[in-house]
Design a protein around this ligand. Structure first.
Ligand code: ZN
Ligand code: ZN
Length: 244
């Protein structure tokens, strides 16, 4: 599979970053995990066949993870592709239908299937084996595991319980919103992340979801994680592409 990072940012605007979005490709099939503001433009920049992208996973119902979903559905419909399937945590069906309600010109033309994902269950989605784990955030936030290889975590405080879910995966994408020293309720700072994942059996921990305060402090944040987590650690970059 190939992972392309479309956005490494957060709700606060940053000239260097897009909000959350991760594209997965396997055997010609595409799947998008989260779709924050700017992701639609990133898909165009990437030159990917976004009209055929019809499978969407949402980690949680915060705007920086889904605000470009409706513009993307609209663009796909206008290009002749009205069908899509959206997966997300409990409440996604109601959330999406309320989000679309004011835009009848879109709602009446887009054909959406929505499936809610429960932690613990295993799903077959677009050729991937997908399972989910509940993170700890202000709203229900899921981590998704793909083919027992890749985990993409929704926003969260760092959780030691995540170690078991990610065990033996090649790559784990986890938020690290702010440098040490900042209060980050519901989110993650580097030392706390390193401590939570100390000893986790994974090859590579990739950090994302950075606030502007992190801009000049990435090296120091990576060092802080590495003090406790001894695998490979790096900071995700915009349009970074990784073959797994
Ligand atoms: Zn977020
Ligand atoms: Zn959030």
């Amino acid at each position: 599979m190939r992972l392309t990072v479309l956005g490494t940012g957060c709700p606060i605007p940053d000239p260097q970053r897009t909000q959350s979005g991760y594209l997965l490709e396997k055997s010609g099939k595409l799947m998008l995990i989260d779709c924050g503001s700017g992701v639609l433009a990133q898909l165009a920049r990437l030159g990917v066949d976004w009209e055929h992208l019809d499978t969407f996973l949402i980690t949680h119902h915060h705007l920086d993870h889904l605000s470009d979903l409706l513009p993307l559905f609209t663009a796909r419909w206008l290009m002749g592709f009205p069908r899509a399937t959206v997966y997300g945590p409990a409440g996604t069906q109601e959330f999406i239908s309320q989000m679309m309600a004011p835009f009848s010109y879109v709602k009446d033309h887009v054909s959406l299937q929505v499936q809610e994902i429960k932690a613990g269950a295993v799903h077959s989605i677009a050729g991937f084996e997908v399972s989910a784990f509940t993170m700890r955030h202000f709203v229900t936030s899921l981590a998704y595991k793909f083919d027992r290889t890749l985990v993409i975590c929704g926003d969260s405080e760092p959780l030691p319980e995540l170690r078991e879910f990610v065990q033996d995966c090649k790559l784990v994408l986890h938020e690290c919103s702010l440098p040490n020293g900042y209060q980050a309720p519901g989110h993650t700072t580097p030392t706390a992340l390193g401590q939570a994942l100390a000893g986790a059996k994974i090859d590579w921990l990739l950090l994302t979801h950075f606030y502007p305060e992190a801009a000049t402090r990435i090296p120091e944040m990576l060092d802080a994680v590495r003090k406790h987590f001894h695998g490979r650690v790096s900071a995700a970059t915009e349009l970074q592409s990784i073959e797994l």
